[in-house]
Design a protein around this ligand. Structure first.
Ligand SMILES: Cc1ncc(COP(=O)(O)O)c(C=O)c1O
Ligand SMILES: [Zn+2]
Length: 410
């Protein structure tokens, strides 16, 4: 296997591997071009199974010649069969939850950041940076600290307090920008031109995006080298969604797994749904929106990979739906009550859409459905406020009995 070049997704022009992300000819996005012509599927499978317990077991499919040093290696997060959730949804489909909150900084962003920071080090950068809706900030700050690099993380200043605290603790330069994510991203694109920094999701975006493929690889491996029939995944910029598709496709093409692409269902919040809207309207491009939703991690109004997400959902016979803030809150609770997994608002969006698909009768009996829980509930605690009440009692048996008189039978 070799990593060949950076390739334009649109006009296929090729560029040398470096800190660059758009095509000089047509301004299309660049992605990694691999040559897998000498790959032996059986040998690759053996290397994976003998590999580390994290994303670097898939080093053959990432843009490196060997396994980078990575003290915070993310990945190999649990994939759980959620029978009680299926029951509550009233479906006879097999529902699987991929709990990617179980990563070092509790979101799937550890995967993309591990890849981008390894590449930043290889390219000789000493400062890394990002434009973030929150989780990326956590991951960049932590992985930079682990690698001994300086870091600058840029976020909307009105982010959830838990996400700000869980970023600043790593000793990063935390910059709260008075604006929304799209303002932050615009500023970072300018900074990437004027500062010698590795912006993980700007000038290193082609490498960063590759990290999301590992979620597809793990899913296949954890299902016993089988593909899911359907996946449900959240969409912000659309990178995760499209790269999940790319990961499945690479393994199908290389003969590591048999079958075809799963049906892809994307999930957005109604308050920021440019990709769901483009899908519903039959557009090929996304019309930018001003976000207003509790799902702040998904609040990207002008999504870079939105059109590719729409295309992939269409091609696989899937769809992209949006759920309201109230539906997000209910879905967080539904997942917690039926699986013991507490997700942040992005996971509420995913489970909210899963529930909609169930209600529409889209989840067939026996169908293998994987829903991606991409972040941790403790980071968006406000979303659970007032969704339950606590029993408050005096420290006496009488007080307990009085409170639970109707409920406890002795
Ligand atoms: C928890 C969580 N899930 C999903 C996403 C979506 O990522 P993408 O921008 O790759 O669509 C994000 C992005 O910030 C996120 O924080
Ligand atoms: Zn091009």
């Amino acid at each position: 296997m070799s990593v060949e070049s950076l390739k334009c997704k649109e006009c296929k022009a090729e560029y040398e591997l470096g800190a660059t992300y758009f095509c000089e000819r047509c301004f299309g996005p660049l992605e990694i071009g691999y040559d897998h012509s000498d790959l032996d599927a059986a040998a690759a499978k053996r290397r994976i199974q003998a590999g580390s317990r994290g994303i670097w077991r898939y080093a053959d499919f990432l843009p490196f010649t060997g396994r980078p040093a990575d003290p915070l290696e993310p990945g190999l997060t649990p994939l759980l069969k959620a029978d009680r959730l299926a029951e509550r949804l009233g479906v006879a489909a097999e529902i699987w939850i991929k709990n990617d909150a179980a990563n070092p900084t509790h979101s799937f962003k550890d995967r993309v950041v591990a890849v981008a920071i390894a590449k930043a080090q290889e390219l000789g950068f000493t400062t890394v940076a990002c434009a973030s809706t929150g989780n990326l900030a956590n991951a960049v700050a932590a992985h930079a600290a682990a690698a001994g690099l300086d870091s600058y993380v840029f976020v909307p200043a009105n982010l959830e307090e838990q996400k700000l605290l869980a970023t600043g603790v790593y000793g990063t330069n935390l910059v709260g920008v008075r604006g929304n994510y799209d303002d932050v991203n615009r500023l970072c694109t300018q900074l990437a031109e004027t500062h010698p920094w590795a912006f993980v999701n700007v000038n290193l975006r082609p490498y960063y995006a590759e990290g999301s493929k590992t979620l597809a690889f793990e899913t296949v491996e954890q299902l016993g080298w089988k593909l899911p029939d359907r996946v449900v995944s959240p969409i912000a910029s659309g990178s995760l969604f499209t790269k999940l598709g790319r990961g499945f496709q690479e393994w199908i093409d290389l003969g590591l797994v048999e079958g075809g692409q799963p049906t892809f269902n994307g999930a957005q919040a109604t308050g920021c749904s440019p990709v769901a809207t483009a899908f519903a309207e039959g557009w090929d491009v996304c019309k930018p929106q001003k976000p207003d939703t509790i799902a702040k991690s998904l609040a990207i109004g002008d999504p870079a990979d939105g059109p590719y997400a729409v295309e992939h959902a269409r091609k696989t016979g899937g769809g992209i739906d949006a759920v309201t803030d109230q539906e997000i809150r209910e879905a967080i609770k539904l997942l917690a009550e039926t699986t013991g997994i507490f997700t942040e608002t992005a996971g509420g969006v995913t489970i909210g859409v899963l529930r909609k698909l169930a209600e529409r009768g889209k989840l067939a009996a026996g169908e293998r459905v994987v829903a991606y829980i991409t972040g941790e509930g403790l980071k968006t605690l406000d979303a659970t406020r007032d969704t339950f009440s606590m029993h408050e009692i005096d420290p006496s048996l009488d007080s307990f009995d009085a409170e639970f008189a109707q409920e406890v039978s002795v």
